[in-house]
Design a binder for this molecule. Structure first.
Ligand code: NAP
Length: 512
C-alpha cells in the first residue's frame, strides 16, 4: 500500500507547493515569508515505511543561512518587546492549533519518521503540553535580588541578577522526535526573548516546518523564527555563523564534537548520544524489571537516546529475567506503523537498520546467544534479544539506536558500576532493586545525568532536568532548565549610598 503525507491543513498553505500527482514541495522560512532557496534546488524526503519519496524540500545553501541569521538578528527587538504574558498567549494559541490539527501532525510524524501511530500522537501531545507550560517555565527568567551588606566589600550596594536573552539561537534537532525536540528548543528560546534559526534533520524536516506554521499562525512576529533545510553541512555553516550567539544541539556525539570544533566562542548546549544501562539486582521485582526493560528498549524501535540498550543482570536472577523478557517480547510486533497492532516500526533508513544489524552480528560472532528476532528486511529490524553478550562486543559500548536487548550477566552492583565507568556515555541509566542502600549506592556511583529507580529512563515533557555527563553532552534541557542555557546572567549593581561612597557605617559587634 503506497504511502503519502496526509492532506494539508490550512495553516500550512503558505509553506507548501502542492502538485498534482507529485509530492509537495516544502519551503524555508525567512523573515516571515516562505521561500525556496537561492539556488532553487530541492532534496527528496522519503518515508521509512516503504522508502517512497513523500515530499521535496527546499535545499538551503550558504546564502540562505546568512539570510536566515540576518533576519533573526534584525528581529530580536520584536520578540523582546512583546510583554511576557502576551508571549505566553502566542504559545497557548499554538497549542490550540496543534490540538485542532493533532491527527495531521501525528500522521506526518508517522509518515516521515516511521513511528507507530500511538507514539506519534504521544509526541504531538507532549509538544502541546510543553506549549501550555510556558507560564510555569517563565519563572526561570525571573532572576535574583542580592543585598550586598553581607560582605565588607559590597556593603551599601545591592545587585539584581537578571536573565538576558543571548540574541540569535541556532536550534539543530535530530530525526528521532522531529516535532518535540525541535519544539523543546524553539519554545524556551523564544520565551526567553531570543530569535531563532532552526534546522531539523534532513531525514524528516516536515514536522518542524509545520510547527513553524503553527507558531506563525499563533501570532509570532515575522523574522523571530526562521527555518532552513538541508544536510549536516548547512548545520555547520549555521553554528559557525559569527552572528549566531548560542547553539542548542541535539544529536550524535560525533556531530556534537564537530560543532564544538567549528562554532567558535559561543554558548553551546549539547544533548548527545547515550548507552542506557539497566541494572537488575537479585532482590528486584524481576517481572517488573522485565516489562520496564522491554518497553524502555523497544519504544520508538529503540531510537531513543535514553533507551535501555544493555541489561546488566545479577547471575542468580538471570534465567528468571530472561523468561519474563521473552514473554513480554510477544507483545512487540514489528511492521507497518500505520497498523494499530504494530509496536515497532521501521528504523529511519536502510543504512541505520544495517548498522544495528552489524552490531547484532558482531555480538553473535563473539559468542552471544540470539534468543529472539535477528531478522533484517529493508528499514525493518526485528526486536532482538541477545543473551550472555561478551564484554568485548561492540554493542556493549556503542550506541545501539535500534530494537535490540543485550543481556550481560554480572556478579553484583560493584561489577555493574565498573562497567558503567568504562562507558564513554553518561546520559541515562536505571536500577531495579528493593534495597534502599543498594539503590542509593548505585545512584551515587553511576555517572549519568539521570538514573531511574525501578523504571526505565524516560523524560516526557521535560518536567525534570535532562542531560548528560561524559560524551553525552553539556547542559540540561527541561522546563526552566533550558531557559538557563538560553540566557546569560547580567548583574546590575546599585550603589545605595549618596555620593557613591559605597560603604555603610558599621556597628561594632563584640563577642559577649
Ligand atoms: P545526527 O546525525 O548527529 O544529526 C543531528 C542533527 O545535526 C541533524 O539535524 C543533522 O542534519 C545535523 N548535522 C549533521 N552534521 C552536522 C554538522 N556537521 N554540523 C551541524 N549540524 C549537523 O543525529 P541523528 O541521527 O539525527 O539523531 C540520533 C542521535 O541523536 C543519537 O546519537 C541520539 O542519541 C541523539 N539524541 C540525543 C538526545 C539527547 O537529549 N541527549 C535526544 C535525541 C537524540 P542532517 O540530518 O541533515 O545530517
Amino acid at each position: 500500500m503506497s504511502v503519502s503525507l496526509p492532506s494539508l491543513p490550512d495553516i500550512a498553505s503558505g509553506a507548501v507547493v502542492e502538485r498534482v500527482g507529485r509530492p509537495p514541495i516544502f519551503k524555508m522560512l525567512f523573515n516571515g515569508s516562505w521561500v525556496t532557496g537561492y539556488e532553487g534546488s530541492t532534496f527528496p524526503v522519503d518515508t521509512p515505511i516503504t522508502e517512497e519519496v513523500v515530499a521535496e524540500v527546499a535545499l538551503g545553501g550558504e546564502k540562505d543561512v546568512d539570510r536566515a541569521v540576518k533576519a533573526a538578528m534584525k528581529s530580536q527587538d520584536k520578540i523582546r518587546e512583546i510583554p511576557g504574558i502576551e508571549r505566553v498567549q502566542i504559545f497557548k494559541n499554538a497549542a490550540e492549533i496543534l490540538q485542532k490539527n493533532l491527527v495531521y501532525f501525528a500522521e506526518t510524524i508517522m509518515v516521515e519518521a516511521g513511528k507507530p501511530k500511538h507514539e506519534a500522537e504521544g509526541e504531538v501531545r507532549a509538544t502541546i503540553d510543553r506549549l501550555l507550560l510556558t507560564l510555569e517555565e517563565a519563572r526561570a527568567i525571573f532572576g535574583e535580588y542580592i543585598p550586598g551588606d553581607w560582605s565588607e566589600d559590597t556593603s551599601g550596594k545591592v545587585a539584581l541578577v537578571i536573565h538576558e536573552p543571548f540574541g540569535v539561537i541556532a536550534s539543530i534537532s535530530p530525526f528521532n522526535y522531529p516535532l518535540f525536540i525541535a519544539a523543546s528548543k524553539i519554545i524556551p528560546a523564544l520565551l526567553a526573548g531570543n530569535s531563532v534559526v532552526a534546522k531539523a534533520s534532513s531525514e524528516n524536516p516536515i514536522s518542524l516546518t509545520l510547527l513553524a506554521c503553527a507558531l506563525m499562525e499563533a501570532g509570532l512576529p515575522k523574522g523571530v523564527l526562521n527555518v532552513v533545510h538541508g544536510p549536516g553541512r548547512l548545520g555547520e555553516l549555521l553554528v559557525a555563523h559569527p552572528d549566531v550567539d548560542m547553539v542548542s544541539f541535539t544529536g550524535s556525539t560525533a556531530v556534537g564534537k564537530r560543532i564544538s570544533e567549528v562554532s567558535g566562542v559561543k554558548r553551546l548546549h549539547l544533548e548527545l548520544g547515550g548507552k542506557g544501562m539497566a541494572i537488575v539486582l537479585d532482590d528486584a521485582d524481576v517481572k517488573l524489571a522485565a516489562s520496564k526493560c522491554v518497553e524502555g528498549a523497544l519504544k520508538n524501535a529503540g531510537q531513543r537516546c535514553d533507551a535501555v540498550s544493555a541489561i546488566l543482570v545479577q547471575r542468580s536472577v538471570h534465567d528468571k529475567l530472561v523468561d519474563h523478557l521473552l514473554d513480554h517480547m510477544k507483545d512487540w510486533k514489528v511492521g507497518d506503523p500505520r497498523y494499530r497492532e504494530t509496536k515497532v516500526g521501521p528504523l529511519i533508513n536502510r543504512s541505520a537498520a544495517q548498522r544495528v544489524h552489524g552490531l547484532v552480528e558482531d555480538a553473535v560472532e563473539k559468542g552471544a546467544k540470539m534468543l529472539a528476532g535477528g531478522e533484517l528486511k529493508g528499514c525493518y529490524h526485528e526486536p532482538t534479544v541477545l543473551d550472555r553478550v561478551p564484554r568485548d562486543a561492540r554493542i556493549m559500548w556503542e550506541e545501539t539506536f535500534g530494537p535490540v536487548i543485550p543481556i550481560i550477566p554480572i556478579d553484583d552492583e560493584d561489577d555493574a558500576i565498573e562497567i558503567g565507568k568504562r562507558s564513554r556515555y553518561g546520559l541515562d541509566s536505571c536500577v531495579f532493586s528493593n534495597s534502599f542502600y543498594r539503590i542509593w549506592k548505585v545512584a551515587k556511583k553511576v555517572k549519568t545525568g539521570t538514573i531511574a529507580i525501578n523504571d526505565y529512563p524516560r523524560h516526557g515533557v521535560g518536567y525534570f532536568p535532562f542531560g548528560g555527563s561524559k560524551e553525552s553532552g553539556i547542559g540540561r534541557e527541561g522546563l526552566g532548565y533550558s531557559i538557563d542555557e538560553m540566557t546569560y546572567l547580567k548583574t546590575i549593581v546599585f550603589n545605595l549610598v549618596p555620593g557613591g561612597l559605597g560603604k555603610i557605617k558599621r556597628r561594632k559587634v563584640s563577642p559577649s
